[in-house]
Design a binder for this molecule. Sequence first.
Ligand code: AHG
Ligand code: MN
Ligand code: MN
Length: 332
Amino acid sequence: MSVSLSRYLVEQQRAKGKIPPELRLLLEVVARACKSVSHAVNKGALGGVLGSAESENVQGEVQKKLDIIANEVLIEANEWGGHLAAMASEEMDSIYLVPNRYPQGEYLLLFDPLDGSSNIDVNVSIGTIFSVLKKTDGGQGVSEADFLQPGKQQVAAGYCIYGPQTTLVLTVGDGVAMFTLAREQGSFVLTQENVQIPADTKEFAINMSNMRHWDAPVRRYIDECLQGQEGVRGKDFNMRWIASMVADVHRILTRGGIFMYPWDKREPNKPGKLRLMYEANPMGWLVEQAGGAATNGRQRILDIQPSQLHERVSVILGSKNEVERVRSYHQG
Ligand code: AHG
Ligand code: MN
Ligand code: MN
């Protein structure tokens, strides 16, 4: 018999005591929002959702129509339920407070509404990444400071990938589960539980066009992979780079691999391209929950104390032994 996301969450709440009812509601609402984003993605040109919105986000990136649509869908779905204190998004300059006309909860929802924007118009997998924190002080009011918690304090995290299938991938700290959208019944159905990333791999994901800008440890690691069987690693490696973090991480959760978006010399003052709060933390926790590892080269991603909402970070994650190797190359 198939298990729906709703049933999975009820059981996590009831039998395992893993999640309180408000968190269950929150996750149901996020899943529902992802369903509507999925519908919009599927319509593509027929729905008029492709192309640029001719605006820029706070990070100076040109926004696509779908970046904005997905952001609005997530906000509208989540603001009235009473489970949230506030939201933060890659596409919004500052935090979004739950309007006064609705009750306030204690959870904080963070998201990258549409990950892989450069793939929207070319019909390649994209996704929504989310992370849930809890307000720590219990008091009234909420500010950006409430969001600045290290990733290890997440209470739920996941993503929804819009690919050949729409798949929701979730952790509430009890392993990683995957749910495939059954369109005819309109619900997410559990299709894999206890996801495990193999500790070793022969597959790496990095944007090779930036090679000349990398730091020595990353160059060394990739050089050794490229030497293949004749080199120090004694085996041939394969490369994949989809340019949607959701799709690259989904492959790694499915069959292993290592993903890197390291710091590079193009913009030396930026710690990396990817965002700590909307990308690295939720993905880092999912990967750890599946037996993998996530680091910036010097520190576990989930231990990083954020100092600003839109903070960027260098990311190395995936199969444990490979991540450990890259980390060791960074020592000293
Ligand atoms: P976003 O579309 O949310 O801005 O994120 C894109 C990110 C990530 O998904 C992907 O791994 C990376 O940017 C691709 O960057 P390059 O185009 O530099 O390869
Ligand atoms: Mn992204
Ligand atoms: Mn995005």
